[in-house]
Design a binder for this molecule. Sequence first.
Ligand code: OAD
Length: 257
Amino acid sequence: MAGQRILFWPCNKQGAPMASHYKNIVILTGAGISAESGISTFRDSNGLWENHDVMEVASPQGFSANPSLVYRFYNERKKQLQSIEVKPNLAHEALVELQSKLPGNVTIVTQNVDDLHERSGSRDVIHMHGELLKSRCLKTEQIFKTLGDIDELSICECCQTPGNLRPHIVWFGEIPMFMNQIESLLHEADLFLSIGTSGQVYPASMFVQIAKLGNECKTVEVNVEETAVSWNFDEKVQGPAGETVPVIVENILKGHF
Ligand code: OAD
């Protein structure tokens, strides 16, 4: 793998490979991890998301200007996510294996609004940008699992009033969720992996720097190309997540990473 430098494989006195020494791994995932599952990334198509200007469909201003368009857009994304073609890929599955086999903590912080980490079996997934299959009441902030369409006439379970439900998505200009929890996790992390994110959106783009403030945290970026924040990482692994992440997980579990 390009960019990955393994100088030696640590062994115990009997010569057997050592198990991983990591106690707190934090994994940041972005649209790139779901690309091989058939979900478009944001910036690989010139700032258009499924042929829409991102600001039209992912900002409070866009929602006020044209709510029908925004509802339709997310209804379509939900249908796509639940279609038979979209399913977790080898990268999602490898992270499940890491969570189940590593004796330490492995937390996934995802910018993705899809549910592919959960569908593959991951636990401890923090959705900092919200979730496509949920909606939220504008009045009470209550969150509901919503697999089907919503629109201006949808009635929320809490107020029983039409027009109060919006997609449970963090739009541009809104504050990402769970930031205090994420910051604490980053301070404790001894390995920070960033998979398939362009590093163009704050605050996720800063996570590598926060992780480095903590206790000798190793930072590794996995991407098909250089990103805006590549220079910040100790190591870079170049290649599609579906190929690279299973190898990285295998090496972590063997104590070779
Ligand atoms: P982007 O679309 O900005 O970046 C996707 C990254 O994935 C790019 O750096 C690609 O090179 C990389 N990539 C593509 N295919 C890959 C593959 N098979 N394996 C590994 N990497 C691959 O998506 P994000 O960085 O996730 O926010 O975008 C961050 C946020 O911007 C999103 O969560 C969204 C958007 O606005 C909100 O909706 C609030």
